[in-house]
Write a protein that binds this ligand. Structure first.
Ligand code: AMP
Length: 282
């Protein structure tokens, strides 16, 4: 596996590939890799000829300095995992390699997609994500890029980014990879205490109950059910729960209105923020 620390070397390697018409797949990550990331890598390996993974903890998408500083770093293990999965290249840039001296975000018009859910609680987050993904796409120029449904709002925003920026990359959404007990895999899970981790499947179990009761309960009753469930928990605090349309990401006000309803949740375990979602279609 090639390891690139600078965009110049990566670009020159990739340009020799495009001469030979190889299809390039790209998986952007922030490292601390787990099986969820590797599922995206496998998808790329299946669909493309040459898979590039980036590992870059992007400063402009963090609204809280503490979250950025505490973001886990397991770089040697990450490299081993990618190598054993058969990944072709990993790009591990410095902040300077991506941003030069200008570490700030571009402002995008994502047609309101960034105003919902995460956007309400993480100021500037999606401008930061859009900025770094646009820069990474300019460097890698992938034919396909793979994003997890774990960050469903991000996935929809990246699809929008390719439209508004005329980017010629096909965005492939991949299902959420879960721990055995149902907890959505996340780099942040390793920061949970033993007790929090043991109980964290509660988040997904609550979503599953919402799905099971979607036909029989009203939207208000479903929201109250989730609110009450979290009020009873002394480990997890609900930040938001919403049922929204998958395309617009706007909360639905009636079930008949939503073609593709999906439930979204954000929860705090102390200072650790966890998100999850579930499709409410059959
Ligand atoms: P991150 O390193 O958290 O920025 O994630 C990099 C990519 O991996 C994003 O497209 C995420 O949506 C995706 N991802 C993270 N966790 C999971 C998971 N449990 N299942 C599927 N994809 C995931």
């Amino acid at each position: 596996m090639y390891i690139f620390k600078g965009k110049k070397d990566l670009k020159s390697h990739l340009s020799s590939l495009s001469d030979s018409k190889k299809i390039v797949g790209f998986v952007p990550t922030m490292g601390a890799l787990h099986q969820g990331h590797l599922a995206l890598v496998s998808e790329s390996l299946q669909k493309t000829d040459f898979t590039v993974v980036s590992i870059f903890v992007n400063p402009t998408q963090f609204d809280k300095k503490e979250d950025l500083e505490k973001y886990p770093n397991t770089i040697s293990k990450d490299i081993e995992m990618l190598q054993s999965r058969g990944c072709h290249a990993v790009y591990i840039p410095s902040t300077e390699d991506i941003y030069d001296e200008h570490v700030h975000s571009e402002s995008f018009n994502f047609d309101g997609l960034d105003q919902e859910m995460e956007g309400k609680f993480r100021a500037g987050h999606f401008d930061g994500v859009g900025t770094v993904v646009k820069k990474l796409f300019e460097i890698v120029q992938p034919n396909f890029a793979f994003f997890g449904e774990k960050d469903f709002q991000q996935l929809q925003i990246i699809k929008k980014l390719t439209v508004i920026e005329n980017i010629n990359t096909v965005i492939v959404g991949c299902p959420i990879f879960r721990e055995k007990d149902g907890l959505a895999m996340s780099s942040r899970n390793m920061r949970l205490t033993e007790k929090q981790r043991k109980n964290a499947a509660f988040i997904y179990k609550t979503l599953q109950k919402v799905k099971a009761n979607y036909e029989s309960l009203s939207l208000e009753e479903l929201k109250t059910f989730v609110k009450n469930s979290f009020e009873k928990s002394d480990l997890f605090e609900l930040e938001y729960f919403t049922i929204a349309d998958e395309q617009t990401l706007k909360p639905i006000s009636s079930k008949s209105e939503a073609k593709n309803p999906r439930a979204f949740i954000a929860v705090f375990a102390d200072t650790i923020r966890l998100i999850d979602n579930i499709s409410l279609q059959d």
